[in-house]
Design a protein around this ligand. Structure first.
Ligand code: ADP
Ligand code: ZN
Ligand code: ZN
Length: 813
């Protein structure tokens, strides 16, 4: 008779596509749980795996045993498994690596366990009841208590966690466990509240009376806040505590990145438009999967919609996930959610320290969190029972992860929502062509906010034709008279100006004054950018930098002209033109240090800055009420990119940056400088009308057979050897052509573009080639790629050449 036997389906953290079955030694049976990590034998190695499934099977002696269960608590919920499997299949990525990506990097969650011998253990030891290994452990622990890793080291033997559990169950050992891996601890603060007594009857001194009055109104207040109101409060409350007039206690507080206390905010009265949107979405919160596109002009109160929907979701005892595209925006959004919901909010992004992230993960696991706010990777938050997923600024390309697991968080948000029967709201003032197309196809329901809050007008946009200022030299070349006048007036009114240029550095186009060659990166096929801040040249692709006295690589001349502009150049010009203005720059270079970004944002908010020069970092989502002038230094930088989304990106960033103007009580204006005033992307941005843009763009996409009319997969071929990389690319291209002609379903349905050298032929010493595959059906593409990767006819693998699959690619450069 065969016995039923417990086996585990395990995904290993290795680039292999299948999962493996292992069996479990008896003592570990109760520990094995879906979502925990295990240590497994794999070939000749021991590696980490993740438990995907616990199954009953007939006894099978051939199976290998897991060596250990590594976690006390699962790291992901069983409901997330279909999600991981879907991602692995759709993006052609090994499932174990999908899970590794999903678990936050740097979450070095480990348990520090201290073992001590008990009196029962000592008795067992003296009576000789222990096995030899147990004997060694007990003997060692009799001398001193030890952490498990130290115990293993001292004994120089493998001691499984299961054995420790057995000893613990026998009560021979006392195990104390602590979760480690966090560098930040919860922050505690002293709070004070009034005691429960009849203050009317007490004869209080004036200062004490004042304190009691405040406390009765606030109910509780941190000692710090109280001190701000009454300077002598800290010593006063000490004696008041002795007299049992107040209670002092400590309370966990959340560090707020902006460092400003968050005051509870009452929800505003919704506008008619907002009410309509809420009315359209709310019923679906009780109905399972439903997806909406919220198209709302800038400052139309989209965030208020998210807040209301979150409230309704939480009332149904379900949880909320809010994705925002940029770390800089998380703190702003999180503040608004906290002001409404208090402290049941977790924040997830790459700017958190390991410890902070660990805290957040832990809280989510314990179901203490109702709302998670985060960047792209927060789509993997281990929230169970998600009722609502919001993707704010859904058009933003930073939802697309490049490198490693190439995924698009906006797209997989829809997948996760479907699996969890949740509602999705994709919000934007400039919806992506893809999403608006999905509205036309009936895949998304459209809800609209067409007006700004409080009858504020959208800013007026003036176009300035830069072709006319070509002749001018000096700073005037990129600050036109119109813009110059507008800045002067804005400064005079005490309002703030935002100058936008989507290129950092001082000069992006250093050219040899003798032979005319551009200065290029040693490792990339791209020109260097001069940075004043470091007084040298930098490559924006690989990080290479070199000194300012670098000479021409072609003729050796040291006469280099610094053509092209960047935010540094604008900053320096503006400082010269407006010497009394307080100017700050906000781009990747000024925000490399942790905390600097928030510092600059805070300064802007507190109006300590008159003119902000920035890249797209400042263009997105921010709500600064005193910015009334936005100057777009050069609108067409991104228009000429060899990428079919160039027009879309240009329109979006311009309309977004224009939307930063006039969000407060004073009206806003925008001055948009361009070499291509007639281009429809520019015209649509001027009208701040995404439908106008869409109508034109969708025609091009259809004519040229680009998404959303077709699906795309990109094969990226790269390697350090120019010839070998090209050879592999060509071979891969031949395989594609062979497959295409060999099967009728491919013949008619797959278009192969390439192999071609990538527009940037080399990055970081890796030569780059690409093949673009197009088809009407994603399923056909999937089948095709499957044949290429695992089919019978295959290419000769070359260790020096890397082939990556990018499904729904964004980076075509
Ligand atoms: P969006 O996300 O569409 O850019 P926000 O949600 O940031 O717009 O709203 C813009 C401003 O209007 C915010 O300061 C917000 O607090 C305020 N606001 C939103 N809804 C209302 C309302 N119904 N009444 C008054 N003010 C509102
Ligand atoms: Zn030269
Ligand atoms: Zn480089």
């Amino acid at each position: 008779m065969t016995k039923d036997h417990i086996t585990l389906e395990i995904a290993v953290a290795r680039p292999v596509f299948k999962t493996y079955t292992y069996s479990v030694p008896h003592p570990m049976l109760t520990l094995a749980q879906v979502g925990k990590r295990v240590l497994v034998p794999f070939g000749s190695q021991k590696i980490t795996g993740y438990i995907l499934k616990i199954e009953k099977q007939a006894e099978n002696n051939k199976l290998k045993m897991i060596l250990d269960v590594l976690d006390d608590m699962p790291l992901f919920t069983p409901a997330m498994l279909p999600f991981f499997r879907w991602i692995a299949q759709y993006y052609f990525h090994p499932i174990g690596e999908v899970i590794k990506t999903a678990l936050p990097g740097g979450l070095t969650l480990y348990e520090s366990t201290k073992a001590a011998i008990t009196p029962i253990g000592e008795k067992a030891l003296s009576q000789g009841l222990a096995t030899p290994l147990e004997n060694d452990i007990l003997t060692l622990l009799k001398k001193e208590s030890l952490g498990l890793s130290m115990l293993r080291k001292r004994l120089d033997k493998t001691i499984s966690t299961a054995l420790i559990h057995t000893l613990e169950e026998k009560k021979w050992l006392l195990i104390t466990r602590k979760l480690r891996g966090q560098t930040a601890r919860p922050k505690m603060e002293r709070y004070v509240s009034p005691a429960n007594c009849d203050f009317e009857k007490l004869k209080l001194s004036e200062p004490r009376k004042k304190i009691i009055n405040i406390l009765q109104k606030e109910l509780e207040l941190s000692v710090k806040q109280l001190k701000e109101k009454i300077h002598s409060a800290p010593s006063l409350i000490k004696s008041m505590q002795k007299d049992e007039q107040v209670i002092i206690f400590s309370k966990q507080v959340y560090r707020d990145p902006l460092g400003v206390p968050i005051q509870a905010a009452k929800p505003p009265h919704l506008t008619n438009e907002q009410q309509k949107v809420i009315g359209a979405i709310t019923p679906s919160l009780a109905q399972g999967f439903c997806a909406f596109l919220l198209a709302g002009v800038t400052a139309s109160g989209k965030t208020e919609i998210y807040l209301k929907l979150a409230e309704a979701t939480i009332a149904k005892k379900r949880f909320v996930l809010v994705l925002v595209p940029e770390i800089a925006l998380i703190s702003q959004t999180a503040r608004r959610f906290r002001a409404r919901f208090g402290e049941c909010i977790a924040v997830l992004h790459s700017g958190l320290s390991t410890g902070e992230r660990f805290d957040q993960w832990l809280l989510m696991q314990q179901n203490q969190i109702k709302i998670v706010i985060g960047a792209r990777s927060a789509i993997f938050a281990p929230l169970s029972n998600i009722g609502l997923i919001v993707v704010d600024e859904e058009h933003d390309t930073s939802y697309k992860q490049e490198g490693g697991l190439h995924y698009n968080a906006r797209d997989i948000a829809l997948v996760r929502a479907k699996q969890e029967n949740a509602t999705v709201v994709l919000g934007s003032a400039t919806p992506s062509v893809q999403s608006y197309f999905n509205v036309q196809k009936g895949k998304l329901k459209l809800v609209t906010l067409s007006k700004r809050i409080n009858q504020r007008q959208l800013p007026e946009i003036t176009l300035v034709d830069l072709r006319r200022s070509r002749e001018r030299g000096g700073p005037g070349r990129f600050i036109s008279p119109v813009l110059h006048d507008a800045i002067t007036q804005t400064l005079a009114r005490g309002e703030q100006t935002l100058l936008f240029l989507n290129r950092r550095g001082f000069a992006g186009f250093p050219v040899c004054g003798v032979c005319g060659e551009t200065l290029r990166c040693k490792y990339c096929d791209i020109s260097l950018t001069f940075h004043r801040q470091i007084n040298g040249y930098k490559c924006h692709y690989c990080g290479f930098s070199c000194a300012t006295n670098t000479s021409c690589q072609t003729c050796g001349s040291s006469k280099i002209k610094l053509l092209g502009m960047g935010t540094e150049k604008v900053e320096s010009a503006v400082s010269k033109l407006f010497p009394t203005a307080r100017v700050a720059r906000l781009d990747k270079d000024t925000t490399t240090q942790k905390g600097t970004l928030v510092k600059i944002l805070k300064k802007i908010k507190n109006q300590k800055i008159d003119i902000i020069v920035g890249t797209q970092m400042i263009a997105k989502g921010h709500d600064f009420s005193n910015i009334t002038l936005v100057g777009i230094i050069c609108a067409d930088l991104s228009l000429s990119m060899p990428d079919f989304r160039a027009g879309e990106r240009t329109f979006q960033v311009l309309a977004q940056v224009a939307g930063r103007s006039g969000r407060g009580d004073s009206p806003g204006q925008v001055i948009l400088q361009t070499y291509a005033p007639q281009h429809f992307s520019i015209q649509a941005a001027k009208a701040q009308d995404f439908k106008l843009f869409y109508k034109q763009e969708i025609g091009f996409r259809q004519k040229l057979n680009y998404p959303p009319f077709t699906r795309m997969v990109q094969l990226k071929i790269s390697g350090p050897d120019r010839k070998k990389t090209a050879g592999q690319a060509i071979q891969l291209g031949e395989l594609c052509t062979y497959l295409q002609t060999s099967r009728s379903e491919f013949k008619n349905d797959i278009i192969i573009m390439g192999p071609l050298e990538a527009p940037i032929t080399k990055i970081a010493n890796q030569y780059r080639w690409q093949i673009l595959l197009k088809s009407k059906q994603i399923a056909t593409l999937h089948l095709f790629i499957h044949r290429i990767l695992y089919g019978k006819s295959s290419i000769t693998p070359n260790r020096q050449v890397n082939i990556k699959v990018d499904v729904d690619p964004y980076q075509l450069m």
